[in-house]
Unconditional design. Structure first.
Length: 296
């Protein structure tokens, strides 16, 4: 997959919405035996954060570990192969175009995620892009935990939510059920942005800002996106000035323009520890290497 195609597809990984805030409750209901402590081993390429999911004692299934989706997905091939039980229907909402479609929901029983026994989860069954993965594991399913996502060290650490002190400093409220931050723009204003490990670019901004933010040169078409029954151009350029994201400062960063929300991708997320509290819809941005109870 080329970088450009990765940007186009990954930026569009949709949130799977039952109703506002319902994803965490649904995940908890589906998986009462999900662990609240332990370490999930992750694997990374330039463009991806992957986790291995094992179904029972059977095959290992490569999955994207995604902070940009509030629901799990699994390839229809896995659904058929394991005869996964259908439990209902979920509305998929395209994060860029707002288009929707209805998809079957199944239960994946008796799984291990990244070496950690995790009971069962619900997932939407789709014909997934199988280039290197067979679905998505959402970071939002661990509702009894604070999840410390430390990509610099290739793992996610779960700490019991009931007994673990929250990180120092104020939390940031989720935006549309996704971990977020208020970015500081070159003019000093703030803009909400999602943390999206499914996005391999550094930064994307809403299309509406393309003619409003300072650029080194006018934005130009750098590729195309494909979405639910939709495709179109992706524009890009280089910001003139700095953008601050928690402890990270981006000087004259490259940016794409897509959709109506900003996205922060892997190159930036790898420079922080993202702490997620799914049940409270909030998160913290810490220095890389931070651990529960001993944030750096």
């Amino acid at each position: 997959m080329s970088r450009l195609l990765g940007i186009a597809r990954s930026a569009l990984l949709p949130a799977l919405l039952l109703a506002p805030g319902a994803a965490a409750a649904a995940a908890k209901d589906a998986a009462p035996t999900l662990p609240n402590a332990g370490e999930i081993k992750l694997y990374q390429s330039t463009n991806r954060v992957m986790v291995m999911m094992q179904i029972g004692d059977d095959e290992l299934v490569p999955m994207v570990f995604d902070t940009g989706s509030d629901g799990n997905t699994v390839d229809a091939l896995v659904t058929r192969r394991h005869r996964l039980k259908r439990t209902g229907t979920v509305q998929e909402v395209d994060g860029t175009t707002g288009k929707t479609r209805m998809l079957p929901e199944v239960v994946i029983p008796d799984i291990t995620i990244g070496g950690l026994k995790a009971g069962g989860i619900k997932a939407v069954s789709v014909d997934y892009d199988r280039q290197d993965a067979m679905g998505i594991i959402s970071s939002e399913i661990f509702t009894d935990s604070l999840l410390y996502l430390d990509l610099a060290n290739n793992h996610a650490v779960l700490a019991p939510r009931a007994t673990t002190p929250v990180p120092p400093g104020p939390a940031t409220a989720y935006v549309q059920d996704i971990p977020s931050v208020q970015m500081v723009m070159p003019d000093g204003s703030t803009l909400p942005a999602h943390f999206d490990t499914g996005f391999n670019g550094e930064l994307s901004l809403p299309v509406a800002l393309m003619d409003k933010v300072p650029l080194m040169a006018p934005a130009k078409e750098v590729g195309r996106f494909k979405s639910i029954n939709t495709e179109g151009p992706v524009f890009g350029g280089r910001i003139r000035g700095t953008i601050k994201i928690g402890p990270v400062t981006l000087d004259n960063p490259e940016v794409t323009f897509l959709g109506d929300l900003a996205n922060i991708g892997l190159p930036v997320i790898r420079r922080v520890t993202l702490v997620i509290d799914p049940v409270a819809n909030r998160n913290w941005i810490l220095e890389p290497g931070a651990r529960p109870g001993a944030a750096k």
